[in-house]
Structure formats: structure tokens, C-alpha cells
Design a protein around this ligand. Sequence first.
Ligand code: SAM
Length: 212
Amino acid sequence: MDEVDRVLEGLAELYTGNLREHGPASRSVGWKDESSQRLRFDKLAELVTEDAARAGFTVNDLGCGYGAMFRYLDERFGAGLVHWRGYDISDEMLRAAREFAADPRVELVKSPRLQHRADYSFVSGTFNVKLHAEDDAWRDHVGGTLLHLRDMSRRGFAFNLLSTYVDWRAENLFYGDPLYFFDFCKRNISRRVTLLHDYPLFEWTLLVRTEG
Ligand SMILES: C[S@@+](CC[C@H](N)C(=O)[O-])C[C@H]1O[C@@H](n2cnc3c(N)ncnc32)[C@H](O)[C@@H]1O
């Protein structure tokens, strides 16, 4: 088992413990409150074009937690959201999602890798906790996952990371340099990349459009 696999085991335990403590709420997935969780979804969902919303689109959500993004997308796009596949590594999170996001358009999968292509893939907060992993190893793990997201997303994908533009850091968290990841996506994935780093969280979001 390599270092990243060991971290993933630790993360499943961590989030399972959080869920037992807080129930299906933003704090169990590491967010301060619901409004910041929602702001993250607002930023990620800027990826969805009017055309896709009209035509109907499918979604992969890697690290879906208890399914908060399904409810958000449903509220925002209604029937435009045709199918949402949530992936997580914590059985308990998936169990919670089964209730929180109970809907015929929802499918839940226990896996750290996407199994099917969708129009869009979203990743919110999933890369933030690295536990004891070295920064370089975690950065490469994120980079590898981005290449995987490219292959699994017909229209594009969006993800967020804690920023290196912070004045305080915790040891067990990963802070991603937005310039590194912008360059990585631009060079390796698509010419159509948008960096959002103007919202009031110590984070940034990258939108990567893979069509056209
Ligand atoms: C910070 S929480 C965010 C949950 C959700 N995206 C949200 O914003 O409400 C991260 C979630 O990702 C899961 N997770 C962490 N690493 C993962 C991986 N490599 N693949 C799938 N799930 C993962 C955790 O179990 C946890 O539920």
C-alpha cells in the first residue's frame, strides 16, 4: 500500500468520525458553516453552461460527502440535472447521502476513482486534508486525479483547493499554489481554464472546460 492509499484510509476514518459527531451537516465535511459550503458550490457550478442546463447534464461528484451538492444542483438547475453520481470512500457518508439525497437521479459509489463518464465532474474539499503525506506526493496525487477527471468529463470539471495565499497553515492540510495548478491544467488538459480566487475564503476554484 503506498502513502496515498494509507492517507485515504485515514481520511475515510476521519470523515466517518466527523459524521458521527455532527450528523449530515456542513461541519461533518470540514466546513465552518452552510453558507461557505454553498459559496463553494456557487463557484464550482459556474462551469455549467446555459446550453448544458437546457439540454440536461450529468454529474460526477468525487468526495460527495453526504450529498449536499446534489441538493444544491437540484435547487439551482431542477430537471436540467439529469443524473448525479456521488463517489466517496466512507461507507457512513454514503449511507448518509442515501437519505439526504434520496432521488431517482442519484447513484452512489464507494470508490476513490470515477467509474463512468459524465458531462461535468466536481470536487469540493476532497483534496484539502493530506494528513501525514508529503506536500510533493500529495501535489502529484492531485495532478494525477486531474488527468483522470479530464478523461471522465465530457464538458469539463471544476475543483477547489486551499490557497498558498494564506497567513496561517495547519500541518495536516494541503495548500495548493493556484499558479502551479492553473499552469498544470492549461498545459496538460485544456486551453480553457478559469481561476476564481476573488471570493472571501482562503481557497480558489479552477474551472476546466474540456469541450470545444
Ligand atoms: C471535505 S469533504 C467534502 C464533501 C462534499 N464535497 C461537500 O462539499 O459537502 C471530503 C469528502 O471526500 C471524501 N474523500 C476524501 N478523499 C476521497 C477520494 N480520494 N475519493 C473519494 N472520496 C474521498 C471524504 O470521505 C469526505 O466525505
